[in-house]
Design a protein around this ligand. Structure first.
Ligand SMILES: Nc1ncnc2c1ncn2[C@@H]1O[C@H](COP(=O)(O)OP(=O)(O)O)[C@@H](O)[C@H]1O
Ligand SMILES: [Mg+2]
Length: 276
């Protein structure tokens, strides 16, 4: 049963930055240093060295306004994961700049980058990587507890996330007692508990059936529209990408096209031309 069915997908306005005053915006109360939750400027990244070197990203510039949902698509090997890793501070670019909430990641040392990822960034992956021994509630609140005194649990926000994810009556359950779609919604709540500046999702619906995938995508869409969350999602599914405000198309490490408010058929057609 799809408990999010019937909720319309509100399309974004052209100027996402203008919507950043959305109710309960993620990162609320923090000084705003930039209109962009994430900004990549001329990011270039190679893997390997010498003749075996592969240019995974080639001079990528992209700006994610607060409160917008961006999808990244492209053929296998086009640099999608590398883009997500560079944008989230998991990998360092060879050239170019990455800013999260106006903070340049370049000068940060490893410890500072780890802190920034833990406190300002949320991650959702394809695999359902919850801790099986912990309850739903304990899984969701784990990032706050790991941060020790640096973050405080907001129990009102926890309750809201449990409601939004449709898990309010499952808070004492363990992941093994949940469906795949429910587990992924727990992972999304966990990614949001610290009110991150941005949530990075790498194929979050890749392991789900169609109905569960739609649930997860509608949840992400609603978090963008209602809470002003910023989301960057890698996907190979045009239907998933059609939930986004903008779709960045990657080919050979370059952004070849940006589609706005595109329906799935238009995205699929453009992907076909890229040879995906
Ligand atoms: N750790 C790595 N070592 C060597 N090559 C890599 C590594 N990670 C990615 N690559 C290469 O970089 C390119 C881009 O990879 P990736 O970002 O994973 O693309 P995608 O996610 O679009 O499939 C590919 O040619 C891939 O083989
Ligand atoms: Mg990948």
């Amino acid at each position: 049963m799809d408990e999010h069915a019937g909720v319309g997908i509100r399309r974004y306005e052209e100027d996402g930055a203008a919507r950043s005053g959305a109710r309960g915006r993620a990162g609320a109360g923090r000084a705003r240093r930039s209109p962009w939750a994430v900004r990549l400027g001329g990011v270039t990244k190679s893997h390997g060295s010498g003749r075996a070197a592969v240019t995974a990203l080639d001079d990528v510039t992209a700006e994610l306004p607060y409160g917008t949902f961006t999808a990244v698509m492209g053929p296998s090997g086009s640099g999608k994961s590398t883009l997500l890793h560079c944008a989230s501070g998991l990998e360092r670019p060879d050239r170019g700049t990455v800013e999260i909430a106006g903070r340049d990641l370049g000068p940060l040392n490893e410890r500072q980058r780890t802190e920034l990822r833990r406190e300002r960034v949320g991650f959702v992956f394809q695999g359902l990587n919850l801790l099986p021994a912990l309850t739903v509630e304990q899984n969701i609140t784990l990032p706050v507890r790991l941060a020790g005194r640096r973050l405080r649990l907001d129990s009102g926000w926890l309750d809201e996330l449990l409601t939004r994810t449709g898990l309010a009556d499952r808070r004492k359950h363990r992941p093994g007692e949940l469906s795949g779609g429910q587990q992924q919604r727990v992972a999304i709540a966990r990614a949001l508990i610290a009110r991150p500046e941005v949530v990075f999702a790498d194929e979050p619906t890749g392991a789900l059936d169609t109905a569960s995938a739609r649930n997860v995508l509608e949840l992400l869409r609603q978090l963008v529209d209602d809470v002003g969350q910023t989301v960057l999602m890698v996907t190979h599914d045009p239907v998933a990408a059609s939930y986004a405000d903008a779709v960045l198309l990657l080919a050979d490490g370059r952004v070849t096209d940006v589609l706005h408010r595109a329906p799935a058929v238009a995205i699929a057609e453009r992907m076909t031309r890229l040879g995906a």
